[in-house]
Design a protein around this ligand. Structure first.
Ligand SMILES: CC(C)=CCC/C(C)=C/CC/C(C)=C/C=C/C(C)=C/C=C/C=C(C)/C=C/C=C(C)/C=C/C=C(C)/C=C/CC(C)(C)O
Ligand code: SAM
Length: 389
């Protein structure tokens, strides 16, 4: 049965304001198939009708578009074209696909602006499109594209997911999200997500370090710092900065290996523990929480922020960075994408900068401010200070 034919669960409220009357009238018009048909045929309404049809079609087809991108990533199409355009026959050879598969992939990738057709001297070649060019050697986004197989399997029944009681694969992938004692997770339970986080740090690290200059600081404690990729980026910005990393005991051996490989062992202290139970190491004058707080429900987020507050000296700085709901220019990222992602993960919630500022202040910090980042879709940043007195 169509939604419009379902009985209303309560007597529909009578519109009382001008705005409510306008909205009720507009709903009536826009849901009418007769109006939709007439609008599509009217010269002045047709552009709007076409735009709405396209918008809805793109929501229907979104998974197909994602899979075209996945095919391009798996076949390394963008990297093959980095040195210059290739003909369909050349691409067929390097991609090792049948001719028809190649033609279909190229047509789809051109339509999605991942590739573009280039004609010269009577030969048709394929080059990088405006959305394909940023994918060249982009291991961060490529790793995320691959990872979405897990998410999309969990989203195959979105209503069941919303009703709860399911056991999404994503909640097993992020083993700490539902573990009673995350501190006891062995390396094999944390290695896969830690590698994904490490691979995707380039989406975040330079954005954060461009927004906040760590130069004036003596020692940076990265809480939930994973395999240390953010600290390695910070160390490159400030050669005198001391580094402390805190993460689950199962994660820290990989972090230690990364610091040793970068020749940074003497500047680094690595601590294993559970930030919901254990005290954080003292000694840093700035602590960062990068892509950590949105993993957790409010109560656990408050515990983590309080632990950071305790670890910092008076006047110490908190640097909190993650993709935030309501980020400028990215309205779908927080409320649609991460909202559902975090539901499947059985973890936390996508929060706006204002929601996070409230949590940060409740933990005792002051002077909370949001810093501008170049691409808020990737990450937004809050800084705050522990009071001096
Ligand atoms: C030169 C001429 C002719 C014109 C100039 C025109 C011009 C200005 C062009 C701009 C070109 C340009 C610089 C393009 C840049 C493109 C960029 C920066 C693209 C970035 C894309 C980023 C993407 C797609 C990021 C995706 C991130 C995802 C999906 C992240 C997912 C994260 C997850 C799932 C995290 C999970 C962690 C957990 C569990 C929630 O804690
Ligand atoms: C989403 S990852 C972010 C990692 C890293 N900050 C980054 O942005 O790449 C969250 C991190 O928090 C760590 N974590 C989760 N629960 C934890 C806990 N109870 N105690 C300590 N670390 C924890 C995870 O092991 C993981 O490294």
């Amino acid at each position: 049965m169509l939604q419009a034919q379902l009985p209303h669960p309560s007597p529909a409220p009578k519109p009382s304001t001008w705005r409510e009357r306008w909205q009720a009238w507009r709903d009536g018009v826009l849901t009418s198939p007769d109006f939709q048909r007439r609008a599509a045929r009217s010269w002045w309404m047709r552009p709007i009708a076409r735009q709405r049809a396209r918008g809805l079609f793109d929501l229907v087809a979104g998974f197909v578009y994602s899979q075209v991108l996945l095919a391009c990533v798996r076949l390394k199409v963008f990297d093959h074209l980095a040195a210059g355009p290739l003909s369909a026959a050349e691409l067929q050879r390097v991609l090792d696909l049948p001719a028809e598969g190649t033609e279909r992939l190229l047509a789809a990738a051109v339509a999605l602006e991942l590739l573009e057709r280039r004609e010269s001297g009577g030969t048709l070649r394929y080059g990088l499109g405006k959305l394909g060019a940023p994918m060249v050697a982009n291991e961060a986004v490529a790793a995320m594209v691959e990872h979405h197989a897990v998410l999309y399997a969990d989203l195959s029944d979105p209503v069941a997911l919303l009703r709860g009681g399911t056991a999404p694969a994503l909640s097993r992938y992020w083993a700490y999200a539902s573990a009673a004692r995350p501190g006891e997770l062995p390396p094999e339970a944390v290695d896969e997500y830690s590698a994904l986080m490490s691979a995707s740090q380039p989406l975040v690290a330079d954005e954060v370090l461009d927004a906040y200059n760590v130069h004036g600081h003596r020692c940076l404690l990265d809480v939930g710092g994973g395999q240390g990729r953010f600290l390695l980026a910070a160390a490159r910005r400030s050669p005198t900065l001391q580094l402390q990393l805190f993460d689950l005991p199962g994660v820290v051996p990989a972090a230690q290996r990364q610091f040793a490989a970068a020749g940074l062992t003497s500047r680094t202290q690595v601590h294993g523990g559970d930030f919901t139970r254990d005290a954080l190491p003292r000694g840093a004058d700035i602590a960062s929480l990068i892509r950590v707080i949105y993993d957790h429900p409010d109560e656990r987020a408050a515990t983590i922020l309080r632990a950071v507050f305790e670890a910092l000296p008076p006047g110490g700085t908190l640097l909190l960075a993650e993709p935030m709901a309501g980020a400028r220019g990215a309205p779908r990222m927080g409320d649609a994408y991460f909202n559902f992602y975090l539901l499947a993960m059985h973890g936390g919630r996508s929060r706006s900068a204002a929601d996070l500022a409230r949590l940060v202040e409740a933990a005792g910090f002051e002077a909370v401010r949001e810093l501008a980042t170049p691409i808020p879709l990737q990450v937004s940043v809050l800084v705050a200070r522990k009071p001096r007195g």
